[in-house]
Write a protein of this length. Sequence first.
Lengths: 354, 354
Amino acid sequence: MNLGPIRSQSLAAQVATTIRNVAAAAGVSVATASRALSGSPAVIESTRRRVVQAAIALDYTPSRLARSLVTGSTGNVGVILPDITNPFYTSFLAGLETALGAQDIGVLIGDSGENPERENRLVRRMSTQVDGLVLASSRLSDEQIVAATSRRPVVLANRMLETRTELPKRLGQVVIDVHPGFTAAAAHLHSLGHRQITYVDGPAQSWSGRQKRIALTLACTRLGLPLRILSTMRADFSAGRTAGRQIAAEAQHDGTTAVMAFNDQVALGVLAGLREGGKRVPDDLSLVGCDDSLEDGLAWPALTTVGSSARALGELAAHKILNPLGHESGRIPTALIVRESTERARSGQGAPVG
Amino acid sequence: MNLGPIRSQSLAAQVATTIRNVAAAAGVSVATASRALSGSPAVIESTRRRVVQAAIALDYTPSRLARSLVTGSTGNVGVILPDITNPFYTSFLAGLETALGAQDIGVLIGDSGENPERENRLVRRMSTQVDGLVLASSRLSDEQIVAATSRRPVVLANRMLETRTELPKRLGQVVIDVHPGFTAAAAHLHSLGHRQITYVDGPAQSWSGRQKRIALTLACTRLGLPLRILSTMRADFSAGRTAGRQIAAEAQHDGTTAVMAFNDQVALGVLAGLREGGKRVPDDLSLVGCDDSLEDGLAWPALTTVGSSARALGELAAHKILNPLGHESGRIPTALIVRESTERARSGQGAPVG
DNA sequence: ATGAAAGCGCTAACAC
DNA sequence: GTGTTAGCGCTTTCAT
């Protein structure tokens, strides 16, 4: 029996099969088809089977757009990162994507390039097609973030609002607690006999950068350890390298015997810069990174680092965005991972090379 | 004058402002509001201004969902990668995202984990909310890819269909042409006096892996250079490290003096493994990576590598998906980048260490 | 247990 | 130049 014109499956621009087709093929109404496919208990087993079979036969895939439009929930979340290329965010994203994917939530991604305007454009652009927004190391102002909150639930990762601002509902915050790791790192270096540390900092505007600076300063002060801070514009390899060269050149004057870095990329750069400046790690200077984003053994000597799990941060952000319950900010702890790049301070400066 | 109930902006779950509100506020019909906002020439300047002002005043953001539903175009593309964490794909993604973002196209991302089933699920899941799909190093079968093509235009990156299959319309292919780079690498090693090369391969199933193997085999054959191939399961640091240890242990028996690696991650692993096996690069063995995904100086010694631009591949994929015109497959060339990890072969084997 | 109908927010004919 | 109407594909009352 021929129920109306069969959709001629020509080779041209396919018209996707809709729930209407499925309903027709199964001989039920659209409503019933919808119920059957979404597993409503209000549909009898025999009809359900027919509907499902029709759906399979027609290779039916429900339109998420239409569904979202009516339900008001999209099944997607948006993530905005400052730099997709940075291993820290890459791991963060992997953790997030895995956790969300397991719940069949899609991920829309945007790279802000550390540019607040671009970040804001991305927020607006995404806001109508996601259920929530995850902003990693956001460079937006507190006000802008609060504003974003009125569109969609927001989870801030690696950043917290100044608490003078009233915390809006629908705002979650997940951060890495750098204190334990940095405190341990300072203590570790101190116990190895180091008496002058140079810290190669990241960009000044970053919230997490400020946290690290504070934690380290505090720890060093308590130990009576003098700390010298070197600023860089971008927290990447080449900035570290430049700093490394500088440190190599100045070490004999300022007495620096240990270097800490904003992150592992910078540390790797410092390593290269020191080497180019004729200094060896850990013989001449000790070196500590941050993030534990490098596979063990990737650096040589293996890098002592303040370990945290960007991946865990991503997973935590995923959970926060899925249930915007409490206001307590999630924290991922840090701990010092001692490997080969730190060693007992040599009394004198080794004979300068090259 | 009060036109109906003003939406009470309570603190509770905001109801987003719709084009209806804007139209009402501007005192025009919804259609006119739509036209005004989308820049239709058929609306007089004065009304346009009123509409736009109302939109701004109400902080109106058009619903992409609704728009997509009616226009049939979503303004999003989906990207599926085997591993978000891998720098190659990370650069690829960055190139893609930049190129698409410039056209105000959003990016939906999925990590297949090199799992064909998961990849297929992602394809289905995304298909109703994107205008096109970019599959990087897809592990799907030719048939599955062709099937995906019937849902949305597809661009294959770093993979080509076996040409026995009829090429579907709406399928683009962009690849990295490894031949020039690998040929140059083999010639380079040969000219340095190396007479036995070991190649540390990646996963056997990968299309791009096959290309590299073919290119290298061909080049070596032409040079009369014997080639030994070591297979690995995953193309990552630790696989390389294992291979490196093995090579260090066997080098004296098989006469290997130069190692080539599937990619830079593997090469870095090989470097570590060789070091652990008491071999030094480039003194004892030369080493060549692939991709140029490491910042220069990140590895030490700096890695000679077959350079290609994953970023450029991403940009090319973006262009392909935006205009699914021709069938010619886009190619990104490769070239050998000589740095410090390759050197003239030593006549004898250096005294084995450790 | 199933169907008919309304409507999510928007654009695109088709009037006027 | 602007308004009216239909409808994208789906879910969800409300009847039956």
